[in-house]
Design a protein around this ligand. Sequence first.
Ligand code: OAD
Length: 257
Amino acid sequence: MELDAALIDRLRQARLVVILTGAGASAESGIPTFRDRQTGLWQKFDAMELATPGAFQADPSLVWGWYEWRRAAVLRAQPNAAHVAIAEMAERVPHLTLITQNVDDLHERAGSKAVLHLHGELALPYCGGCRRRHVFPAVSASTMTPAEGARIDPPRCQACGALIRPGVVWFGEPLPRAVWQSARDAAGRADVFFCIGTSSMVQPAASLTELAIDAGAATVLINPNPTAMDDKVAFAYRETAATILPQLLSATWPRLA
Ligand code: OAD
């Protein structure tokens, strides 16, 4: 894949690089995306039965079990070359803001700091009543093996007795306000903005790319499949994230790579 010289120039000169990732960034770690045709979670599961406040109210054990199954998959997974390249890019540019829609911790495990999790985190459940944080008991990947579809009763809050809920943002819920504000601020000031591994179908996250385009950033899209954003960005690479990001890193900073 030929990388654009103009993009390499913009990256070398950038003061602020902003990266928005979606499920595709974790795909090569073996974590399924939501909307890929054969393998996407929303092909197999009904989002309205699992990822809404009403779903949790109707069947808390089904919902808690599903998120425990996903948390176990993340525990077993390892960051891939895309996560590593993003963490390394942060070392090469003056400022880098990483925004993710992902609820896994693979960016952090690759070394990224201060990641803005727009849709929450699997590892940070909280009380559905008083919103106090719940700390999971330490588990290892080998001991945590909930079966797909297993019902698991959620724990109860030690302070108020209400059910603990997954630490993710569900459909119909607002994004965490401060996280969203920081993400918008960064997107509006970016010199280079990457949109990586997202279908750009979920708002308001997808609007960040448009905000960056309108604000004059050099916008870069990385996705092996076509999306509605392809024609709007300056540079579109139809490649997987783990393939192209390491190439881009070593082409931009050859002596350091
Ligand atoms: P999607 O499943 O909608 O999109 C994933 C995108 O990643 C698709 O466009 C794929 O083509 C692309 N992709 C697949 N493999 C890739 C790879 N190896 N490298 C790069 N790209 C790859 O996931 P998101 O856009 O993240 O929300 O979905 C947004 C939100 O919808 C999620 O955060 C989740 C979901 O419902 C909540 O759970 C609140």
